[in-house]
Design a protein around this ligand. Structure first.
Ligand code: FUB
Length: 335
């Protein structure tokens, strides 16, 4: 077990490995971070994300904000996932009924992204993968939210390399084009939204088929394909604040983290604003947690490596207004 000192919020949590897509949770009074584990590979960037060839997951933990960070070691490796071929992208974790559940996207043997689940006795793993992916799942970036009433929901999806466009008709269409504005009338079509399902009590199966939920603009109409500064691209995350449900996400190629709000965990979600201005690097991907009555944003950038698939995870405290508005953060303020 490796102990690393982290005393400043804007410094990466760890630098001995590249980490990205941090899903943070508070379990047993400690902070656990479930990131992707980026590799030092020389793969050219492309719009399908072939440069993200991750093979395993390491869980990080901190006793407190600013406390030393522990790398708890390998929690799951692709070689131990019977159905998966590779590209172990952004994971998440949940706790229910005395068990820890770990969720991850990976390409199956046919090159189609699916969502896998694994279970363990401890928050840091190791996790044992289920023999097959969660039936009915596709695309990437699972985020699990367990509400106060014990009901659990999965949020997922990512366009372009995350393959969400390929499921528009309900079956996988390998030739479906990326959702991109083209300067024509189709740019006013509704943009693809996040996909949601409640989970069964076993936390390993969907209670209902995944359902697309659009994100609405101020006019209560779905954000459009052309709304690239606001529309959903990938990285859904759910948190609850003052009884409202906050869906945060990345806008992808415009590089913002945004959020939308609802009275219900399953929407409808109305666009509210921007959480984070662009970071150095192509992607960022967030989670938001409450710890000791303060709220924190975990995210990543590629400032150290300058390489989009070699990222580092960090966090910042969030400022939230009395009306629940999240103040936009400039990631390099004060640098
Ligand atoms: O880390 C691989 C992919 O990059 C994630 O799944 C996306 O959210 C983006 O961060």
């Amino acid at each position: 077990m490796e102990k690393l000192k982290n005393s400043r919020q804007k410094t990466p949590l760890v630098t001995h490995i590249f980490t990205a897509d941090p899903s943070a949770h508070v379990f047993d009074g400690k902070i656990y971070i479930y990131p992707s584990h980026d590799l030092d590979l020389d793969v050219p960037d492309d719009e399908n994300g072939e440069q993200y060839q991750m093979k395993d997951y390491h869980v990080l933990s901190m006793d407190d904000i600013g406390a030393p960070v522990t790398d708890c070691g390998c929690a799951l490796h692709v070689d131990d996932v019977p159905w998966a071929k590779g590209q172990m992208w952004a994971p998440d974790a949940a706790y229910k009924n005395g068990r820890y559940y770990f969720y991850f996207p990976a390409k199956d043997k046919d090159g189609i992204f699916r969502i896998g689940a694994a279970t363990g006795d401890n928050p840091e793993g190791p996790f044992k993968a289920e023999p097959d992916y969660i039936p009915g799942t596709f695309s990437i970036d699972p985020a699990i939210f367990v509400d106060c009433d014990g009901r659990a929901y999965i949020y997922l999806g990512g366009i372009w390399g995350g393959q969400l466009e390929k499921w528009r008709t309900g079956v996988f269409d390998p030739n479906a084009p990326h959702q991109n504005p083209k300067g024509d009338s189709l740019d006013n079509d509704p943009a693809i939204g996040v996909y949601i399902s409640e989970l069964n009590d076993d936390m390993l199966t969907l209670k209902e088929p995944l359902r697309e939920v659009k994100i609405l603009g101020e006019d209560n109409k779905p954000l459009t394909v052309a709304d690239t500064d606001k529309r959903f691209f990938e990285a859904p995350w759910m948190h609850k604040y003052n009884n409202k449900y906050y869906l945060s996400y990345s806008t992808g190629e415009t590089h913002y983290l945004c959020y939308a709000e609802s009275e219900s965990p399953t929407g409808p979600f109305k666009y509210k604003g921007r959480i984070l201005e662009p970071v150095k690097g192509w992607t960022t991907h967030q989670s938001i947690i409450e710890f000791k009555n303060k709220w924190y944003l975990f995210y990543h950038d590629a400032a150290i490596s300058g390489i989009s698939h070699q990222r580092n995870v960090m966090f910042r405290e969030l400022e939230i207004g009395e009306d629940g508005t999240i103040k936009t953060i400039n990631p390099y303020d004060g640098d």
